[in-house]
Design a protein around this ligand. Structure first.
Ligand SMILES: [Zn+2]
Length: 487
């Protein structure tokens, strides 16, 4: 029997603030020497007191606003009590009762996914287990790094939907510059809540038993983890057994979830208000000020790129996902001039898009257009596109010119002149070259006369080779056909 999964996500994101959440230690995820960025506060020495990091608070509120959340006027921190060796205080400062952001949503493929809340807490240290050692080591560099937690309502019903949500959220973090959200480094961690039901609440029924999957460190793991759990729980339910409410881990190599522990409830942590920190008041003036800092977000950018540049969906997604490339593209377009006829402008836009997305990427080999090593100015790229559209350079020559532009940053007309790459457009000159090719390839010409079609292509290739690609392929084809008739 078919069961439908109901899915909610909890996402933890390390914020990219300069300093930690409650002390002045550097927040540096790239510090690999252990216990360098630590102080009495983040290692919980007696007498130390926390101070709230304003930058972290603003980043959480900014995220909440970008996700259409309400920002309550007052919020406060709470203590979540539990013991673990990477948690020196024996509690984590978090938010349970009055989080910064509530009741937001994000639209994914036209569907509204509600966001229950976004709150702020501190990250823990990390344990290191040396191979073959009978002890573990603890590194507190990560202890106290601001950690934003976002929880959705259980509004998703497929692995694909959950993955899309996580991907869009990741993109928004990047646009807002609140986190680097590198999943491989654990800067963004996704937990999935999943339950199976024949008739979920949306259809008037009840939710099944909830299982949580932790340690999902890639979008693929989110999708695969949900698919695996759906299958596992379906088997259990179909055999007449009950699903156990528990927390499960994800083994990426085996592609399986495994039981970790039975689920704790909020009351197990004996939360209470954090006595060392004051409640926070967010005036509407401050909230408005933060709202004004929100840049254009991915969904707005998709719409605008469609409207302004008439790009297709696939190219829009590439420019939105590769934010820097998309912004470079816009600078190139702005160099085309404002008085062009519409048709020519869209032709230029299309040409620039194709070369930026395919040829240029192939040559850059992963170097970003914002990297110092990338030397092509938007003005030069715009000129390059114009030379192609105006037929000054063929696509074969364009590749050579682009390669040289990547190498030196020189302007394309200069490269064409210096390397003698301008197209041969003089018909008489092309005919002369073709006649030479025909003369040198009598055997192939005979094959052509016998009807071998690849013989023609071979001759075209010879003409291209003789001119280093400087002839127009269409014109060459036409003239070659004509001259072969006379042979
Ligand atoms: Zn510290």
């Amino acid at each position: 029997m078919a069961y439908q999964p109901t899915i909610g996500l909890e996402v933890h994101v390390e914020l990219n603030t300069k300093t930690k959440m409650f002390c002045g230690c550097k927040n540096d995820p790239n510090e690999h020497r252990p216990n360098i960025n630590i102080c009495p506060t983040c290692t919980a020495q007696p007498g130390s007191l926390p101070v709230i990091n304003k930058e972290a608070v603003r980043k959480v509120i900014k995220t909440g606003l970008a996700l259409n959340c309400q920002i309550p006027e007052y919020s406060k921190f709470d203590r979540k009590n539990y013991f673990y060796p990477d948690l020196p205080k024996g509690y984590q400062i978090s938010q349970l009762y009055q989080p910064f952001c509530r009741e937001g949503f994000l639209i994914i493929s036209g569907k509204k996914i509600r966001i229950r809340e976004v709150h702020l807490e501190e990250d823990t240290g990390s344990l290191v287990h040396p191979e073959n050692a009978e002890y573990s080591l603890v590194d507190f560099n990560r202890a106290g790094i601001p950690l934003m937690e976002l929880a959705t309502e259980p509004d998703m019903h497929s692995a694909e939907e959950a993955r899309q949500f996580a991907e869009e959220l990741h993109l928004i973090m990047h646009y807002l510059n609140v986190s680097d959200a590198d999943m491989e480094k654990g800067e963004m961690r996704v937990e999935v809540n999943i339950s199976l039901s024949k008739n979920p609440p949306a259809g008037g029924g009840k939710l099944g038993t909830k299982v949580e999957i932790k340690n999902l460190n890639s979008f693929r793991a989110v999708e695969k983890g949900i698919e695996y759990e759906t299958e596992r729980q379906t088997k259990i339910l179909n055999s007449g057994k009950k699903v156990v409410q528990e927390t499960r881990g994800w083994n990426d190599i085996k592609g399986e979830t495994f039981s970790q522990r039975e689920k704790e409830e909020a009351h197990d942590y004996k939360y209470f208000p954090e006595p060392d920190l004051p409640p926070l008041h967010h005036s509407s003036a401050i909230v408005d000020e933060i709202r004004a800092e929100i840049p254009e977000l991915p969904q707005q950018r998709r719409k605008r790129f469609y409207k302004e540049y008439q790009l297709d969906e696939k190219n829009i997604e590439i420019f939105v996902y590769n934010k820097d490339l998309g912004e470079y593209f816009e600078k190139v377009v702005s160099e085309f001039g404002s008085n062009l006829p519409k048709e020519k402008l869209y032709n230029l836009i299309k040409t620039a898009t194709n070369y930026l997305i395919t040829d240029l990427q192939g040559q850059l080999k992963g170097v970003s257009v914002t990297d110092k090593r990338f030397l092509i100015t938007p003005e030069n790229f715009s000129e390059f596109s114009t030379l192609i559209v105006e037929g000054v350079t063929s696509s074969t020559i364009a590749k050579t010119v682009l390669k040289e532009m990547v190498r030196t940053g020189a302007d394309p007309s200069h490269i064409i002149e210096e390397k003698d790459l301008s197209q041969i457009t003089d018909e008489a000159e092309i005919e002369k070259i073709i006649k030479e090719v025909i003369f040198k390839n009598q055997k192939v010409v005979e094959d052509y006369k016998k009807g071998k079609t690849n013989a023609f292509q071979y001759l075209i290739g010879q003409v291209m080779a003789a001119t280093r690609g400087k002839v127009n392929p269409g014109m060459t084809s036409k003239l070659l056909t004509k001259l072969l008739k006379d042979v």
